[in-house]
Design a protein around this ligand. Structure first.
Ligand code: HEC
Ligand code: HEC
Length: 326
C-alpha cells in the first residue's frame, strides 16, 4: 500500500514540524541573541564578541550581573528596563537601538540576557558555599538581594521652572556637577574614570544632549536620582529633594537648549586638567596628541557625521537619477 505509506509519512512530517514549531519558543531569546548580539556581547554574554574591540567603550559582560541603567529603587533593572535598553540602545556608544526587532524577540532577549547574570551570580555564591564561606540559606538570601529588581522609582510630575527654581537649579549644578561636567556642560576633566569593567568613561558632555539612558526628562531624572551603577556618576537621591532634582533636570535641559549656562570657563583650569589627563592616561600617550583637541572632535563629530550623511544621500540620489535616465 504505497499510497497509504506516503500519507502516513506526510502526516508524521506535519506532526513533527508542528512539534518543532512549538519547541522553538523557549529558544527564541537565545536564537535572537545569537543573531543580533553575539558579535559584540559574545556567545556566553562575557562581552568578548569578535567586534567587541571596535566599539570604544566595550560591550557589557552580562556575567558581571551589573547594569548602568535602571529605574528601580535598588538599581537592578526591571524586565521593562532591559527591554527599553535593547529597544533604544545607549546613544553615543556601540550599543545600537533594536527598535525594528519584534517585541516578542526583544522581551525574550531581555530574559535571556538576565539569565547570564543569574547564572554567574548563582555560580559565584555556590562556590562560596562550597568553600564554607556562606551557608546555603545565606547564599539564597544574597542571591535574592542581588538579583530581584526593587519597586519602580517614583517620579513626581515636573514642577514649573520659574525664576526662583532656575536660580536654584543653576546653583546646585555649579556646586555638585560642574567639577566633572564643567560650568557650561562641557566636561573639564579628561582624566579617565574607569567604570566597573575598566571602560575608559569620561563625564558626559551635557551640551551635546547625547545620553546613554536617553534625554527625555524622566530618563534624566532617573539617572540623577540613582546615578549610573558602577560608574563615577553618583546618585543624588539622598543629597537633594525630588523638587531639587527636577530643578536639576530643567537645568540640564537648559544647558542643552542654550548651549551652556553663561558661566565663565576657566581656560587655565582646563589646560591643567588636560595635562594631568595626558600624564595619567596611556591612551593619550602619543607626543603632540592634544587631549583638549580630541574633546573638541567629539563635540563636532555629530555635525561632521550629519554633513557626511547629506553628501552621501546626494550622491545616492544623483547616481539613482543617472541610472534611471539610461
Ligand atoms: C556593535 C556592538 C553591540 C551590539 C551588536 C550589541 N551591543 Fe549591547 N552594548 C554594547 C556596548 C558597547 C555596551 C556598553 C556601553 C556602555 O556601557 O557605555 C552595551 C551594553 C548593553 C547592555 C547593558 C546596559 C546597561 O544598563 O548597562 C545591554 C543589556 C545590552 N547591551 C544588550 C544588548 C542586546 C540584547 C543586543 C542584541 C539585540 C546588543 N546589546 C547588541 C555594544 C553592542
Ligand atoms: C565625579 C564626577 C561626576 C559628578 C560629580 C557628576 N557626574 Fe554626571 N557623569 C559622570 C560620568 C563619568 C558620567 C558618564 C558615565 C558613563 O558614561 O558610563 C556621567 C554621566 C552623566 C549624565 C549622562 C547620563 C546618561 O544617560 O548617559 C548626566 C545627564 C549627568 N552625568 C548629569 C550630572 C549632574 C546633573 C550632576 C550633578 C548633580 C552630575 N552628573 C555629577 C561623572 C560625574
Amino acid at each position: 500500500m504505497p499510497r497509504l505509506t506516503v500519507l502516513l509519512w506526510a502526516a508524521a512530517q506535519f506532526v513533527s514540524a508542528a512539534a518543532q514549531g512549538s519547541e522553538e519558543d523557549p529558544d527564541l531569546g537565545r536564537q535572537a541573541f545569537l543573531r543580533y548580539c553575539r558579535e559584540c556581547h559574545g556567545e556566553d554574554g562575557d562581552g568578548l564578541g569578535k567586534f567587541s574591540y571596535t566599539t570604544g567603550e566595550r560591550p557589557r559582560s552580562f556575567q558581571s550581573g551589573r547594569f548602568k541603567l535602571a529605574t528601580t529603587e535598588n538599581a537592578i533593572p526591571s524586565d521593562r528596563d532591559l527591554e527599553e535598553i535593547i529597544r533604544h540602545g545607549m546613544p553615543g556608544t556601540g550599543m545600537s537601538a533594536w527598535n525594528q526587532v519584534p517585541d516578542a524577540e526583544i522581551e525574550a532577549m531581555a530574559r535571556y540576557v538576565r539569565g547570564f547574570s543569574l547564572d554567574a551570580i548563582r555560580g559565584e555564591l555556590d562556590r562560596a558555599v562550597a568553600a564554607g564561606e556562606l551557608s546555603a540559606a545565606e547564599a539564597d538570601a544574597e542571591f535574592a538581594r542581588r538579583t530581584t529588581p526593587g519597586p519602580a522609582i517614583e517620579i513626581p510630575p515636573a514642577p514649573p521652572f520659574d525664576d526662583e527654581r532656575r536660580a536654584r537649579g543653576e546653583r546646585i549644578y555649579l556646586e555638585a556637577c560642574a567639577s566633572c561636567h564643567g560650568p557650561n556642560g562641557r566636561r573639564l576633566r579628561n582624566d579617565p574614570m574607569p567604570d566597573f569593567e575598566g571602560n575608559h568613561t569620561l563625564p558626559t558632555n551635557i551640551v551635546g544632549g547625547v545620553f546613554k539612558g536617553g534625554n527625555g526628562s524622566a530618563d534624566i531624572y532617573s539617572r540623577l536620582y540613582l546615578g549610573m551603577d558602577g560608574t563615577a556618576m553618583p546618585g543624588y537621591r539622598d543629597a537633594y529633594s525630588k523638587d531639587e532634582l527636577w530643578d536639576l533636570v530643567h537645568t540640564i535641559e537648559r544647558i542643552i537648549v542654550e548651549g551652556g549656562l553663561g558661566q565663565p570657563e576657566d581656560e587655565a583650569a582646563m589646560a591643567a586638567a588636560a595635562t594631568a589627563a595626558r600624564d595619567a592616561s596611556s591612551l593619550f600617550d602619543q607626543p603632540g596628541d592634544e587631549v583638549v583637541t580630541s574633546n573638541v572632535n567629539r563635540d563636532t563629530s555629530p555635525i561632521l557625521l550629519g554633513v557626511g550623511g547629506v553628501l552621501l544621500l546626494l550622491l545616492i540620489a544623483g547616481s539613482a537619477l543617472l541610472t534611471s535616465r539610461r
